[in-house]
Design a binder for this molecule. Sequence first.
Ligand code: PLP
Length: 434
Amino acid sequence: MTIFERLESEVRGYCRSWPAVFDTARGAEMYDEHGRRYLDFFAGAGVLNYGHNHPVLQRAAADYLLGDRVVHSLDMMTVAKRRFLQRLDELVLRPRGLDYKVQFPGPTGTNAVEAALKLARKVTGRPHIASFTNAFHGMTLGSLACTGDEGKRAGAGVALPNTVRLPFCGAVGDSVDTVDYFESMLRNGGSGVETPAAVIVETIQAEGGVNVASLDWLRRLRVLTRDHGILLIVDDIQVGCGRTGPFFSFEHADIDPDIVCLSKSLSGLGLPLALVLFRRELDVWSPGEHNGTFRGHNPAFVTATAALETFWTDAALSADVARKGRIARERLLSIAQSYPARCGDVRGRGLIQGMQCAPGVAGRTAKAAFERGLVIETAGPEGDVLKLLPPLTIPDAQLTEGLDIIEDSLRSALARPIRRPAARTTDALVGDAA
Ligand code: PLP
């Protein structure tokens, strides 16, 4: 029995899907302790958009740490924080005409979501938050209440109140427009649906199965929420920081959310850092009202600043993500066409792409891929979507290599009879949310 099995809680998930002891990593490649190479099409569930150990970011962190600079400072002012705020303003907010204030919550995604929900309730005085089927917003109770997955929700052990569940774009078939449905519920005095404080939405539900909201749907959601005085929160934690091409995923729809949550790839190097952006007039917090020990962490500010300076001074990365996204999508479409009975919809934007598979197929394919040296997960409530999330900086040759492995793995997975997983405990673990 390994120390992991003997000492680490049964709650561990990804290590069961990928049973290697990893040691070093660079770009889109990881190596285990025996020197075996793996291609990474998982990228830390969206944390490593710029790859593992990008040399510029790594150097910035090393210099900072070895220079006796302030590492921990709660929310005190530091040179590192000032530089980050200046660059965020110059390179991200002002060029996009976004007049947001910035709040640093605790360092993880769910910390950003909790702060956003709390702020929306405080601003509007309303208790309810509307969220969507198959949404994933994190594991703390407020975020979990907005999350769809029944297994994750069951883990709460308490009621998850003060939320309203809405069908996501396309969730009840093409014939039902779910924004219209929401509007009719709001207008119907007998619907039992109270006007919520906010709607929280992912433009692409990454954990939920790579479900892509149409740009028209997002625009109309923006109009509806504005018309009803409901705040629109975009959770860009997994698909922000360039994953779909532009810095924010909602730029495709040209909408201006009231509140935005970011984390994961923000620091660039994989150091925990989260922030909440909101319209200036929503800043009704009183000093210290929402606090936390690790609000903004200086080494993460330093690497986040280096990431902005390296990747976001021009549109080159966005264009490259669009180009590589097309390569991935076209290849997945061609693979899906080869197995029409077992593979269906290919969907995504930029470098998040998913392929819907028949029950059990995606899990088996991900397992076979791991045996062939590719780390890839599945998504969706049944784990039936193969989800591609490579670093945005992946060289073309490695992208093609990974796609070749997927095709080979699918072929081998289909060569044996597929058993549908009995419960979300085995195959579906490849795809457990971060
Ligand atoms: N929101 C989204 C869209 C996510 O994908 C995740 C994590 O996967 C979270 C929130 C929660 O982030 P964290 O796991 O850092 O708390």
